[in-house]
Design a protein around this ligand. Structure first.
Ligand code: PHE
Length: 478
């Protein structure tokens, strides 16, 4: 059977895993959710959840992947009777996330191009329009959105075609350090703007957002908990097999516990840093601008750049950073799908057919991405409830009024916490934490968190996840 090629070095693995974790979730999700949900209080809850749930699921996923040497589907099939189907949930999540992630990645590419246009005073810049007008015009042009979305899908596909060591590792080993440097430059610029300090207060001072009218009502504890929990799973790429898949390519010599800890710490650090970059700009230069979601990135931030000396240079740097962050995440999503089919082909002794499977998976992703792009964030009137003929006012479940939110709610809101919950039940109560323990200590490494891991995986993490899931579902329906 043909050899299954993995990461060339631990650094390469770490950069790929951190690249998967660091993405759009960090840049627009974290800073805004933190500010709107009590600042420092949110941070403490997030860190507790990251330690008791995120880190545990991370160690579990990496260990299951490396032990079996298979993608998510194969891994559960080998390990478990009751949960042998669980990997498919991961593949489903990967598709749903990719549908909207690639559309947004496409928007980011468009904004790099737009700021290049601004720099040279070319016709494809913002041409004197403000952020909302530019974005409105872009959203009114379905074809353009589709083309950029597909360019993003194509880039993702080409990297995944290059394989784990050749494509993913190479891109991330260069892209991630570059992202870090660009982020530092943008933070220095943002935090030295006059008025930036309000942004820092919004993010870090408990209750500041409420007192200053940025939000109108204080969130209750369950909302804070489920917001922090949902954010954490999405941000750490957990509960859908991405880390199982990357773990399966990790060398047996490397230390799983240390890597898991580093990924969690670096991802949280970048989320905080992204906040220091986007939030002060908004408070200094576009005080009424939206703080979260696509509008933060594509309206508020563009206004910030338009109001700043050398704004187009910073605009190019910033949107390039976001494109890097998004691509290093989307390749891990596509790899979840591709790895499974390659594994199967290899088992049948047909080589791994990576190129063919990458092409087929990307084509399927492209179809969903086109749908999200055509929908123009709900502006085009083809959103899910219109298609299903549901009336948002008749009391039927209403999660979203656009395809992007629809896919996001199902994947991030339900499938990922559910996937993580079931994984913990599988490790804690079916196959036993010993399986993870043996893999973590395979080459004589010390499993320092053993006791903590065992208690968490059996009891604390599943309970935490149930609470998160309950909060998310309650938020959708009520
Ligand atoms: N972690 C990525 C982000 O924060 C999103 C992602 C989720 C990537 C799941 C891979 C798997 O944007």
């Amino acid at each position: 059977m043909e050899e299954r090629k993995g990461f060339g070095s631990n650094f390469g693995f770490l950069m790929a895993a951190v690249g998967s974790a660091v993405g759009l979730g960090n840049i627009w999700g974290f800073p805004n959710k933190m500010g709107a949900n009590g600042g420092f209080t949110f941070l403490i809850i997030y860190l507790l959840l990251a330690a008791c749930c995120g880190l545990i699921v991370m160690i579990g996923e990496l260990a299951l992947g490396r032990k079996t040497g298979k993608g998510a589907v194969g891994a559960y099939k080998i390990l478990s009777k009751k949960f042998r189907w669980l990997g498919w949930l991961g593949i489903l999540s990967a598709f749903l996330i990719l549908f909207f992630y690639c559309a947004l990645g496409g928007y980011c590419i468009k904004y790099v191009v737009l700021n290049v246009g601004n720099l040279f005073g070319a016709g494809f810049g913002s041409n004197g329009l403000n952020g909302a007008e530019v974005f409105g015009a872009f959203m009114g042009n379905q074809m353009e959105a589709v083309i950029y979305g597909l360019i993003f899908v194509l880039l993702t596909m080409l990297i995944v075609m290059g394989g784990v060591g050749g494509g993913i590792e190479k891109v991330c080993s260069v892209g991630m350090p570059a992202l870090f440097i660009i982020l530092l430059i943008c933070i220095i610029r943002a935090c030295t703007l006059p008025g930036a300090v309000d942004g820092l207060k919004y993010m870090f001072v408990p209750g500041w957002a409420l007192e200053h009218g940025v939000i109108d009502k204080a969130p209750d504890l369950l909302t804070v908990l489920s917001t922090a929990g949902g954010q954490m799973f999405f941000s750490l790429s957990l509960g859908m097999g991405a880390m199982i898949t990357y773990g399966s390519y990790l060398n047996k010599k490397e230390n799983i516990e240390k890597n898991a800890l580093l990924i969690v710490i670096m991802d949280t650090m970048v989320a905080l840093m992204a906040g220091l970059c986007v939030i002060p700009g908004r408070f200094a230069l576009d005080p009424t601008g939206k703080l979260g979601g696509p509008s933060l990135l594509f309206v508020t931030m563009q206004n910030v750049f338009d109001n700043m000396p050398l704004g187009s240079v910073f605009g190019i740097l910033f949107y390039l950073l976001v494109v890097f962050a998004a691509i290093s995440s989307s390749i891990s999503l596509l790899e979840v799908i591709v790895a499974h089919f390659c594994d199967k082909a290899r088992e049948k002794g047909k080589g791994d057919k990576r190129k063919a499977y990458s092409l087929i998976a990307a084509a399927a992703v492209g179809v969903g991405c086109i749908l999200v792009c055509l929908d123009c964030l709900g502006g085009a009137g083809i959103s899910p409830f219109n298609i299903l003929g549901m009336n948002p006012e008749n009391g039927l479940p209403m999660w979203s009024d656009c395809w992007l939110d629809f896919f996001d709610c199902i994947s991030e809101g339900i499938l990922m916490p559910l996937g993580a919950l079931l994984m913990c039940l599988c490790i804690g109560w079916e196959i036993g934490p010993k399986v993870v323990d043996e893999e973590v200590t395979l080459e004589g490494q010390n499993f320092k968190l053993r006791g903590f891991f065992n208690i968490c995986v059996k009891i604390i993490t599943p309970l935490g996840m149930l609470l998160v899931l309950y909060g998310q579902i309650k938020d959708f329906f009520f």
